[in-house]
Write a protein that binds this ligand. Structure first.
Ligand SMILES: Nc1ncnc2c1ncn2[C@@H]1O[C@H](COP(=O)(O)OP(=O)(O)OP(=O)(O)O)[C@@H](O)[C@H]1O
Ligand SMILES: [Mg+2]
Length: 324
């Protein structure tokens, strides 16, 4: 495994108490593999990613348990200077909002080039050449001329390509993309996603793709991890999960996708809201919203049960769900 997160716990001290944002997340991704991470807003997807990247806000955040094994080393045991070397060179992150992630007062050429100057000790001139190559690689038309432009001179889609170029600059083994296309027009979303997927394959990188878009997941992901209230509730190869979910929450998510063959039918939505992270319900955190919950679900936290063939479900009654 390229990346293995084991039983990760992250909490935030807030005015309302301790928010348990991540409560024992376990997931992994191999080289050349895409893991999609799915779940409602506030389920801990980004916080887990920030912990992996080592960019968590501490305080108020605090990692209270677990391991993050990357190429065999536990990142949580590295010194900050060692950690900094890993970040950017060996793993990189792509954010939703390129405009606030790129520096507005530097040309994109200088920003891309900076990676090579700082990490590879290149001259400014060579770094500029590398920057143009990268812009070509993410298919920015007229790269050689546009290398002197500033971020605001690019369209949203082109800016997101520049973000991808930044992330890929040093050919990291792992990319974490946190809703990389959410801020873009629908027509541009698919192009940017296709580009990312293509480069991921070409460079056999591991990709952790955080997304709300189940359509994207079906197209590009190999495996999927579904999060709820800071835990993984189900993990499976994508096609197995689409065919038959092994957790009621996953089933609810799948049932709420609009389907062309059922036009006009009212769209299903999971009832209720995710819990407050300062007071997560006892037992299965999903039980107040689950249509099949019973006594055991209200008292006992379900472990991630092993379901056949590389699948896991944190439902006491996963067999019923799978076959029901
Ligand atoms: N800087 C912070 N300070 C305090 N609490 C935070 C902070 N960042 C995250 N949290 C808490 O962690 C929870 C999970 O946040 P996270 O950003 O991981 O959600 P998410 O799954 O990425 O949601 P979304 O789909 O909206 O991006 C939040 O609901 C919030 O309670
Ligand atoms: Mg998020």
């Amino acid at each position: 495994m390229l990346l293995e997160v084991r039983d990760l716990h992250v909490e935030f001290r807030t005015r309302d108490g301790v928010a348990r944002a991540v409560n024992g997340v376990t997931y992994g991704v191999d080289a050349g593999e895409t893991l999609a991470v799915l779940g409602e807003s506030g389920s801990g997807k980004s916080v887990t990613a920030q912990a992996i990247m080592g960019i968590l806000d501490t305080p108020p955040g605090r990692i209270t348990g677990g391991e993050i094994l990357f190429q065999g080393r536990d990142l949580l045991k590295l010194r900050e200077d060692e950690r900094r070397k890993v970040r950017g060179a060996e793993m990189a992150m792509i954010f939703q909002d390129a405009l606030s992630s790129l520096n507005p007062v530097l040309t994109v050429g200088d920003q891309l080039g900076e990676m090579f100057v700082v990490h590879r000790g290149m001259s400014r001139k060579d770094a500029r050449t590398k920057a143009v190559e990268l812009m070509d690689r993410v298919r920015i038309p007229g790269a050689a001329a546009r290398v002197r432009d500033y971020p605001h001179q690019f369209s949203g889609g082109m800016r997101q390509r520049i973000m991808i170029a930044m992330a890929l600059a040093l050919e990291p083994a792992l990319i974490i993309a946190d809703e990389p296309t959410t801020a873009l027009d629908v027509t541009v979303q698919a192009q940017v996603m296709d580009l990312l997927a293509e480069l991921q394959r070409e460079l056999t990188m591991g990709l952790v793709l955080i997304t709300h878009d189940l359509g994207v997941v079906a197209d590009v992901a190999d495996r999927i991890a579904v999060m709820y209230a800071g835990r993984i509730v189900e993990t499976a190869p994508v096609h197995d999960l689409y065919k038959a979910p092994a957790h009621p929450y996953t089933r609810g998510l799948l049932d709420s996708i609009p389907r062309l063959d059922q036009k006009g039918r009212e769209l299903y939505a999971i009832k209720g809201l995710p819990p407050s992270l300062t007071s997560i319900p006892p037992g299965c955190a999903f039980h107040p919203r689950c249509t099949t919950a019973r006594d055991l679900c209200r008292t006992d936290v379900p472990p991630l049960h092993e379901v056949t063939g590389e699948r896991g479900s944190a439902c006491h009654f996963w067999t019923e769900c799978l076959h029901g």
